[in-house]
Design a protein around this ligand. Structure first.
Ligand code: G
Ligand code: G
Ligand code: MN
Length: 469
């Protein structure tokens, strides 16, 4: 033996052997301890019981729900209700964690008292509970189940002297979903909508939810298109009504979607505005227009390049600062740049951006009000901000020939623009007669299909060249 070889006396040998024995015992117990600990943890996680309420957690709930769905007989429905306690964070702050915890555990207690064993109860989040049960498949029976749950919630709130609000999301199988996972997704979707719309009860609505997922998909694609710079630009010339020459162009963004084809900007601009992408679109437009017009040598032939800037950007100082940075980088273009304020959102807080607008103004940027006469622009904006141009909305041009009122409005806008020393541009010119009437009324410039459609930069180069010769 190895020990005997190293240790001389038999006494030492015995002691060493005892030590060796203890050593093995300790190692084994440490190993055993960790194995048991792991096993206990595993058991805990498969049971997934919530410490505070004793209710099951997400995974177990889903498993039990699947089993409940299997037990469903024909003519029966499984109704799943998600209950979210509104403003729970506020409650936590107001009464402290301990009392808030007690409100939660008492609510769970009441649920257990009020429902029989056949009803599934779960705690899915801090302030989110789930109740699932078999009912008949009539609407009345579902509503009875909803009322019962709301009553239990209200009783608990009263018992704690709290005014608590709940939001319920309701989904039923087999109408809304085929399996437990889908049913839970449906109830979760519904409770999210209830909260967003400040409603106490919201039923799952498949059509709504599909529309939303389409929007989500479109948004994802838009993000990608912005990342890959696969959006393109179109330019629409603006003509001087006296000389017939092209004074400027309006830059319009285009999205050719790989599957959907041409997606109109009205659709995706709103999406961009709602999802903090609008500044990236404006940056792209400035950068790309600068690059395209410079590379094709067209900048010298244009007095003015107009881009559309969303009111969302004009309403935000931070977004306006980003815009200023982008404009600074486009040196060749910035001297000709005009910003059209498009009124896809109300110009509510433009006051905040006044300083930046004035700064842009001093560096030579011009400003135009788009769709004038139909949007939210008030005359006060024309008075308070350094506006250089108004674009008469297409709808008035449309009525120019047959609608005396539209004619009157156009005449008034032209007069007002001239009075303010602003350039007046008419958009949406589709006939010769419209063009001639506008020239007669003293409108400075015109833009529209009759004169030229939006076109890519190559075509624009041709049109500008033909004009010169
Ligand atoms: O030509 P068209 O269908 O592209 O324009 C539809 C609407 O989208 C118009 O109101 C136009 O002002 C807006 N739009 C077009 N291009 C842009 C753009 O680059 N930025 C913003 N914010 N709006 C744009
Ligand atoms: O709102 P804004 O002015 O940015 O709108 C520009 C939009 O007007 C673009 O979608 C452009 O394609 C469209 N447009 C340009 N000329 C005409 C026209 O003569 N008739 C119509 N109906 N639309 C036009
Ligand atoms: Mn425009």
């Amino acid at each position: 033996m190895l020990l005997a070889y190293f240790i001389g006396s038999p006494d030492d040998l015995t002691r060493a052997q005892i030590l060796k024995g203890w050593f093995f015992v300790s190692v084994t117990s440490v190993l055993l301890f960790f194995m048991v600990l792991q096993a206990v943890r595993q058991i805990e996680s498969t049971n997934e019981l919530d410490d505070l309420t004793g209710l099951v957690r997400h995974h177990t709930f889903q498993r039990e729900l699947e089993a409940l769905l299997q037990r469903r007989a024909s003519g029966q429905a499984v109704v799943l209700m998600y209950l979210d306690i509104r403003y729970f964070a506020k409650l936590n702050q107001a009464v402290g964690f301990d009392r808030a915890d007690r409100i939660l555990s008492d609510f769970a207690g009441r649920l257990k008292e009020n429902y029989t064993a056949g009803t599934l109860l779960g705690r899915l989040g801090t302030d989110q509970f789930a109740v699932a049960r078999l009912t008949g498949d009539s609407r009345e029976q579902t509503e009875a189940a909803i009322n019962q749950l709301r009553q239990v919630f209200d009783q608990n709130a009263r018992a704690h002297n709290q005014e608590l609000e709940s939001a319920l999301g309701v989904a039923t199988a087999p109408i809304d979903a085929q399996n437990a996972k889908e049913l839970m997704a449906a109830a979760s979707d519904a409770v999210g909508k209830a909260k967003m719309a400040n409603r106490s009860v919201q039923f799952f609505n498949k059509a709504l939810s599909e529309e939303e997922s389409q929007r989500e998909a479109l948004l994802e694609d838009l993000r990608e298109a912005i990342d890959n710079e696969s959006l393109t630009l179109a330019y629409q010339p603006q003509y001087d009504l006296q000389s017939g020459k092209i004074n400027g162009v309006e830059v319009l963004i285009r999205w050719n979607h790989p599957e959907l084809g041409f997606v109109p900007p009205d659709q995706f601009i709103v999406l961009a505005e709602q999802n903090n992408l609008i500044d990236r679109i404006s940056s792209f437009v400035i950068r790309k227009a600068h690059q395209e017009l410079e590379e094709s040598g067209l900048l010298d032939n244009l007095y003015r390049v107009s881009i559309n800037i969303s009111a969302v950007e004009f309403n935000s100082t931070a977004l306006m600062k980003k815009l200023v940075e982008e404009v600074k980088k486009a040196t060749g273009l910035s001297g000709k740049l005009q910003m059209e304020i498009t009124e896809t959102a109300a110009l509510s807080e433009m006051g905040k951006s006044t300083a930046i607008i004035e700064q842009l103004k001093r560096s030579g940027i011009r400003f135009s009000i788009d769709d004038f006469g139909t949007g939210y622009t008030s005359l006060a904006i024309l008075r308070d901000l350094p506006i250089d141009e108004v674009k008469i909305d297409r709808s008035f041009i449309d009525g120019l020939e047959n609608d005396p009122k539209a004619h009157g409005i156009v005449k008034a806008i032209v007069g007002m623009a001239r009075g303010f020393n602003m350039i007046c541009v008419a958009e949406g010119i589709e006939t010769e007669e419209q063009r001639d009437t506008l020239a007669q009324l003293g409108c400075h410039e015109a833009q529209g299909y009759f004169l030229a459609r939006p076109m890519d930069v190559k075509k624009l180069a041709e049109v500008l060249k033909n004009r010169r010769t």
